[in-house]
Design a protein around this ligand. Structure first.
Ligand code: NAD
Length: 254
C-alpha cells in the first residue's frame, strides 16, 4: 500500500534534480503534491510529469527564501488540498566556487537567504500549518558540505551546516507537538546544480573520478536522495527526529 495515500506534501525546489525526484516519488506513494520553484517553466514541467502518471499536482512559482512567498505557497497548498502532512524544504543554490578572500557579502547573504533562511521559513510557517492538520514531518535538504567543509564553497558549507543545526533546534522548539523535523545530507548527485562539474569531468574523460571519493565509488542519483527524504517524512521514521541523514555513499564517514 502506498505510504502517502490520502496525504498532501509540499516540495520546494521541485523544478529540477532532487526536488523533482522527491515530488515524483511522493506522488507515486499516493500523495497530492504541491511543487514550488522560482522557475515557473520547470515547476510546471515537474507537475505535468506527475499529472501524466495520474497523480495530483499543484505547481507554484515562488521564492522559497522570501517570507511572504513561503506563507503564500503554504496557504495555497492548504487551500488546494485541504490539508498538508509533510514538507520537503529542498530549494537551494550553490553559490559557485570563489577563493575565500574574494567572496562578497552579497554572495554570502544570497546563499544564506535561500539555503538557511528558506529552511527556517518552511519550519516557522509550515510547522504550525502541519500541526493544524494533526502533525507531520518536515525534511530539509542540507548537504554533506554541511558535515565536511569546503573553503571555496564556504558560504554554501556554512549554510548547510546551519540547516543541520536548524533541524536540531527546531525539533526541540516543537517538542511534544507531533511534528518531526530532520535533514537529508546528499553527497555528490548529478543534477542541474552539479551539471557543470559532471560535464567538465566528462570532457576531460574523468567522469569516473567524481564518484571515487566515496566508498561506493559512484555519484548518487536524485532518486536515492528522494527515497531518504520520503523515509524521513513517513510514519516509518516515527521515532526519528532532529537528525541529519547522510546519503553520500559513505563520503562523510571516510
Ligand atoms: P538543482 O539546481 O537541480 O535544483 C534546485 C532547484 O531549486 C532548481 O529548480 C531551482 O530553480 C530551485 N531554487 C533555487 N533557489 C530557489 C528559491 N529561492 N526558491 C524556489 N526555488 C529555488 O539542484 P539539486 O542538486 O537538485 O539541489 C536540491 C538541493 O539539494 C539543494 O538544497 C542543494 O543544495 C542540495 N544538495 C545537492 C547536492 C548535489 O550534489 N546535487 C549535494 C548536496 C546537497
Amino acid at each position: 500500500m502506498a505510504r502517502f495515500t490520502g496525504k498532501a506534501v509540499l516540495v520546494t525546489g521541485a523544478g529540477s534534480g532532487i526536488g523533482r525526484a522527491s515530488a515524483l516519488l511522493f506522488a507515486r506513494q499516493g500523495a497530492a503534491v504541491a511543487l514550488v520553484d522560482r522557475d515557473p517553466g520547470s515547476v510546471e514541467e515537474s507537475a505535468a510529469l506527475i499529472a501524466a502518471e495520474g497523480g495530483r499536482a499543484l505547481a507554484l512559482a515562488a521564492d522559497a527564501g522570501r517570507e511572504a512567498d513561503v506563507a503564500g505557497f503554504l496557504a495555497s497548498a492548504e487551500q488546494e488540498f485541504g490539508r498538508l502532512d509533510a514538507i520537503h524544504a529542498n530549494a537551494g543554490i550553490g553559490g559557485g566556487t570563489v577563493p575565500f578572500t574574494e567572496q562578497s557579502v552579497e554572495l554570502w547573504e544570497e546563499v544564506l537567504r535561500v539555503n538557511l533562511i528558506g529552511a527556517f521559513l518552511a519550519i516557522k510557517h509550515g510547522g504550525p500549518l502541519l500541526l493544524r492538520h494533526g502533525g507531520g514531518a518536515i525534511v530539509c535538504t542540507a548537504s554533506v558540505a554541511g558535515l565536511r567543509a569546503n573553503a571555496a564553497g564556504a558560504a554554501y558549507s556554512a549554510s548547510k551546516a546551519g540547516v543541520i543545526s536548524l533541524v536540531q533546534t527546531a525539533a526541540d522548539a516543537f517538542a511534544g507537538s507531533g511534528l518531526r523535523i530532520n535533514a537529508v545530507c546528499p553527497g555528490l548527485i548529478e543534477t542541474g546544480m552539479t551539471a557543470g562539474l559532471f560535464a567538465a569531468a566528462r570532457a576531460k574523460g574523468k567522469a569516473d573520478r567524481i564518484g571515487q571519493l566515496n566508498p561506493l565509488r559512484r555519484a548518487g542519483l536524485p532518486e536515492e536522495v528522494a527515497a531518504a527524504a520520503l523515509f524521513l517524512a513517513s510514519d516509518e521514521a516515527a521515532y526519528v527526529n532532529g537528525q541529519a541523514l547522510a546519503v553520500d555513499g559513505g563520503l562523510s564517514s571516510t
